[in-house]
Write a protein that binds this ligand. Sequence first.
Ligand code: ATP
Length: 396
Amino acid sequence: MTGKHGGRAIGILTSGGDSPGMNAAIRAVVLAAREQGFKTLGIRRGYKGFCAGDWFLITPESVEGIARSGGTVLGSARMEEFKEKDVRARAIAGARTAGIEGLVVIGGDGSFAGARDVSEEGLPCIGIPGTIDNDIVCSEYTIGYDTALNTVVKLADTIADTAASHDRCVVLEIMGNMAGDLTLYGGLACGAAAVVLLEETCFGQEEAWSEEKGKTVPRFLPNPGEVTRINDSIARRICAGKRAGQNSFLVLVAEGVTGKKDGFGSTRYPGGAEAMAKAIEAATAETFGSAGRVETRAQILGYIQRGGDPTARDRVLAARMGDYAVRLLSQGRRNEVVILRGSEVTSIEIDEALRLQREKRAGVNLSDYLNTEDRALARRLSICDLENDAAAEGGV
Ligand code: ATP
C-alpha cells in the first residue's frame, strides 16, 4: 500500500521513559530504511501520536547530527487507552492508509506489550530496548544505561567533593525502577562507603504510586525491619569509619529501598533516602554527641539521570540495534525485540522477552539476574559490609 508520502514506509516511535541514545537509534533506523527501500515516518509522542495519525516524513538528511543529543526528537508519552483493542484497531487502520508496513518501537517492556498486540493484530512491529534502568532482562544492555551510569558517577563524584570539604555523609538515591544496576555499578565506580540494593532489603511486591507513570505500578515491598537494620548497620560502620579517621562518606541507595508511606497507605518513591540520612545522623549523634555527629544529607538524583548527551557506547549500541530492527522488518519478521547477548546483537520474540520480565518480577531464577559476584565485590570494597553485619547479628 502506498500512502500520501509515496512509496513503502516504516513508522518509528519512542514510548515510555526517554533515554539518551534514542535519537541515535532513530537516525540508524532512517538510514537503514533508505538502504532497504523504505521511507521512514516519525510518529510523535509514542502510541498517542500513532493513534492520532501524528506522523511526518523523516528524511535521511534531517537526522544528521541528532545522534549526539539526548532525549528523543519524536517525543515520548504514555497512553493507557492503547491497551484497548478497538483503540489499536483504529490506529492500525490509519497507519495502513498512510502506507506504513511495519513499526519500530523504542521503549521498555510496556511499550513492547503494545508492539506485540499491534503485531498480532496485523501490523509487524519490532521493539528496541531504550531505558536507562537496564531492566530489560533478555538484553545485556539497554540504550541509555551507559550514559545514565556515567551521569550517576559524575554527579556522585561531584557531591563527594563537597561532602569531603564539610566532613559529611551523603545518601544518594538512585532512580532505577525495580533494577539496581545503576546503584550497584555507580557505587562500585565511585568507591561508595555502602551500596543498598532492592532485592536485599525487600520482600514480596506491592502496588505503589509512581510519580513518573501517574499510576500505581508493581514495586518491591520494603521490609521495614530490614530497612531499620540496614540504617543501623550503616550508621555503626560510619561511626567505626569516623573513629578510624574517615571524615566523609557516600552511600548509594536504590530508589524504593526505603519508600515513604503516604497518607493513603501507599508507598511513594522517591524520597526514602531522607529517612536513611536522618537515621545515620541520629546514630552518629548518639555515639559522638551532637557536636561530633556526622552531618548527613539526602540527595535524590531523579530525572537528571535521564538527560544528557549519549556516550559513545550508547550511540554505537543504538546504531547497531536500529539497523538490525530494520533488517528484521525487511525480512518479513515481526513481533520480536532486538537484544544484546554477549557482544552480539540478535533478537527474541516479544512474548519470550515479556515472560522473562514476569519471571524476574516474580522472583523466578532471581539469582541469575542479581550480578552476585559484583554485589559481593561492592561489599568487599566498601566500609559497610551489610551482609556480614547481618550474619554477625544472626540476621539475614
Ligand atoms: P519505562 O521503562 O520507561 O517504564 P515502558 O515502555 O515500560 O518504559 P510503560 O508506561 O509501561 O513504559 O508503557 C508505555 C506505553 O506502552 C503505555 O503508556 C501504553 O500506551 C503501552 N502499553 C503498556 N502496556 C501495554 C499493554 N499491556 N498492551 C498495550 N499497550 C501497552
